[in-house]
Design a protein around this ligand. Structure first.
Ligand SMILES: NC(=O)c1ccc[n+]([C@@H]2O[C@H](COP(=O)([O-])OP(=O)(O)OC[C@H]3O[C@@H](n4cnc5c(N)ncnc54)[C@H](OP(=O)(O)O)[C@@H]3O)[C@@H](O)[C@H]2O)c1
Length: 368
């Protein structure tokens, strides 16, 4: 596959605009796609005539924005998806209308996008996290933090090494190549932090409309203890696949170049986290994205692998009780991930870390 220096970014929220602005500043030519029914931020930017950025990224960028997926497909063979995973199905409906055999799609974050993406596409990559911690207000973008390291894998590992090199050259952070998209999904530690922080602070969130610092005031010792229980299951799922996953605190430290010892230390002292206000209510992606698209997939993988996932099940159940949404049904369960009829052995063979797995020139593969 011959790649161009252009990039199409699909998803016009803070994460998509931040990526677009950074890639433009590095000399890439970027086209940003916004779904026509999700034009909130794009309309503000259009009205302002440019994207004004502040915080870690200061400046003004002129960006091309389209609502025509055909234009985004034609613009570049590299398409980076920056919609929340809850918006990926809407984007897939659009993408299914095009021939994408020559395209690389990178879902940022993926949350196992590659397993639900029933597309004829050249290759699909997914990352664990978005590189930026950022917010948008009236078309102005505030970048609060940028990760130093993001985990990534391709669905199929037998790609031309040049494709890995192109992806690495485009992506604005250092990449940690994982052995499979499941390792990447297990490295999205939002599933450890967010749902419990929301549910264990639900009364305070609803009572104050989120007027408190969710990490420094909301991630206290007992919340941290509950998070540790989730993290232990996540690590056990990895072990069942032959992966040696780092703890959530270690992954966060690695992302931000920090050295916190535990959840509470991080919550109190991490600059990208400790001044973050809580969401105004529970109808927020910390629940609506992270419960169905992370915890439900971790839970169904655990069941398939014979790992006791009682703590994860408890959090999903509590989220269902608090919101009335049946996340086990609506989330990325085995059926939605097309893994229903895959045996435990096949799952381990396809997504686990086996010693003879192909290792590409860019270092993809196992670290056992
Ligand atoms: N921003 C951050 O600091 C941050 C940090 C870490 C990870 N992330 C992750 O990065 C991803 C994108 O973040 P973001 O802050 O840019 O998210 P966002 O603003 O909530 O969504 C990005 C864009 O996707 C659109 N969208 C939402 N649902 C859609 C749907 N069903 N169909 C089509 N488009 C849809 C949004 O439109 P609306 O505005 O109309 O919803 C918005 O234009 C999320 O997965 C998020 O969890 C973000």
């Amino acid at each position: 596959m011959h790649m161009q220096p252009t990039v199409s970014i699909v998803g016009a929220g803070p994460a998509g605009f931040a990526l677009a602005a950074e890639l433009e500043s590095q000399g890439r030519s970027v086209l940003l796609y916004s779904h026509p029914t999700h034009l909130r931020h794009a309309n503000h930017v259009k009205r302002n005539g440019h994207l004004a950025t502040s915080g870690l990224m200061e400046g003004a960028t002129n960006l091309r924005v389209t609502t025509d997926m055909g234009e985004a497909v034609a613009f570049s063979r590299v398409m980076i998806l920056t919609v929340p995973s809850t918006g990926q199905e809407t984007v897939l409906q659009e993408l299914r209308n095009f021939s994408l055999q020559q395209h690389a799609i990178i879902a940022v974050p993926g949350n196992l996008f590659s397993l639900i993406a029933d597309l004829e596409v050249g290759c699909v990559f997914e990352t664990n996290l978005s590189p930026y911690s950022c917010r948008m207000d009236e078309g102005g973008l505030m970048v609060l933090g940028k990760k130093e390291l993001v985990s990534i894998a391709a669905l199929h590992q037998d790609l031309d090494p040049a494709v890995y090199e192109t992806v690495a050259s485009i992506f604005p952070t250092q990449l940690k190549w994982c052995s499979s998209v499941i390792e990447v999904c297990l490295s999205n530690v939002n599933g450890v932090f967010h749902p419990l922080m929301m549910l264990m602070n639900a009364g305070r969130i609803e009572n104050t409309s989120g007027d408190f610092f969710i990490y420094s005031a909301g991630l206290t010792t007992s919340v941290a203890n509950a998070m540790l229980a989730i993290d232990r299951v996540r690590i056990k799922i990895g072990e069942a696949l032959g992966l040696r996953l780092k703890s959530a605190v270690e992954i966060s430290n690695e992302c931000y170049g920090q050295g916190f010892t535990d959840f509470v230390d991080l919550a109190q002292n991490s600059p990208p986290h400790n001044k973050l206000k809580a969401p105004t209510n529970l109808d927020n992606r910390n629940i609506t994205e992270d419960v169905p698209d992370l915890l439900v997939s971790w839970h169904c993988l655990a069941e398939k692998l014979g790992v006791d996932a009682t703590p994860i099940k408890a959090v999903i159940t509590l989220a269902e009780m608090a919101t009335g949404v049946n996340y086990f049904e609506t989330g990325r369960n085995l059926r939605r991930l097309h893994l229903e009829h895959v045996s435990r052995a096949e799952l381990i063979e396809r997504f686990g870390c086996v010693q003879d797995k192909v290792v590409t020139s860019s270092g993809v593969g196992c670290r056992l």
